[in-house]
Design a protein. Structure first.
Length: 229
């Protein structure tokens, strides 16, 4: 049951998308359309509906491009990258790189964080939900890597960044897998469960490996798009 609003998931991305319009009586149509399309895109991607996500991202970027402002494009691209990290898909955020030169300091800090290249100066510029994880990674400290954030996407993004940094703890992976599962985010849940299964295999825990395999089987049922990948 999804109870978290995706619009709260990456404050540096979606909230800033509207910040340029905050002093005006009405929010421009492009901003509303871009936000709505990006939320649908994130949800579709995490659910494993790649084609739907691609269409919605295209809509969001088209709306933002009407402003002629590269920072608006960068913010949307970072939200897309954050959703990929939440599903353990690690890239160099190529869409963001196209507009990085026009990004603002907070966006650049967030981009570095997603790549695990952030600095101590970047931490204060990050969304609150990411600051604790960012600081812990800089200090080389261990988890918890799933923060007590309001939005599920924020929690999974932080956990994904930690995994990318090489901090993999079974308890955190299990928590992330359960969180994605509760949201009905098939793609993300499968990614985290596959990681959990590998950790159980490494530990020689055959019973847990089989238990995770059953959950993966359930997720694969009825997932026509995933079966084609």
């Amino acid at each position: 049951m999804t109870v978290h609003r995706i619009s709260h998931a990456a404050v540096v991305v979606v909230a800033l998308l509207l910040s340029a319009c905050a002093s005006r009586p009405l929010v421009p149509d492009w901003a509303l359309e871009a936000q709505s399309a990006s939320e649908r895109a994130v949800k579709a991607y995490l659910q494993g509906q790649a084609r739907v996500a691609e269409v919605e991202w295209r809509k969001a970027l088209t709306e933002a491009s009407a402003t002629g402002q590269p920072n608006q494009m960068a913010r949307l691209a970072l939200l897309q990258c954050a959703s990929q990290v939440a599903a353990l898909e690690f890239t160099d955020c190529p869409q963001y790189q196209r507009y990085a030169a026009g990004a603002e300091p907070a966006e650049r800090a967030y981009a570095r964080y997603l790549q695990v290249q952030h600095t101590a100066q970047d931490v204060a510029l990050l969304p609150m939900a990411q600051q604790a994880t960012a600081a812990q990674l800089l200090k080389g400290q261990s988890g918890p890597w799933v923060p007590a954030a309001e939005a599920a996407l924020s929690q999974l993004t932080a956990a994904g960044v930690a995994v990318r940094a090489g901090h993999v703890q079974l308890a955190g992976v299990q928590q992330a897998a359960q969180l994605a599962s509760e949201q009905g985010w098939r793609r993300s849940a499968m990614a985290w469960l596959l990681l959990e299964q590998r950790l159980h295999q490494a530990a020689g825990d055959a019973a847990s490996v089989q238990a995770v395999a059953l959950r993966l089987q359930v997720l694969q049922n009825g997932s026509g798009e995933n079966k084609k990948k």
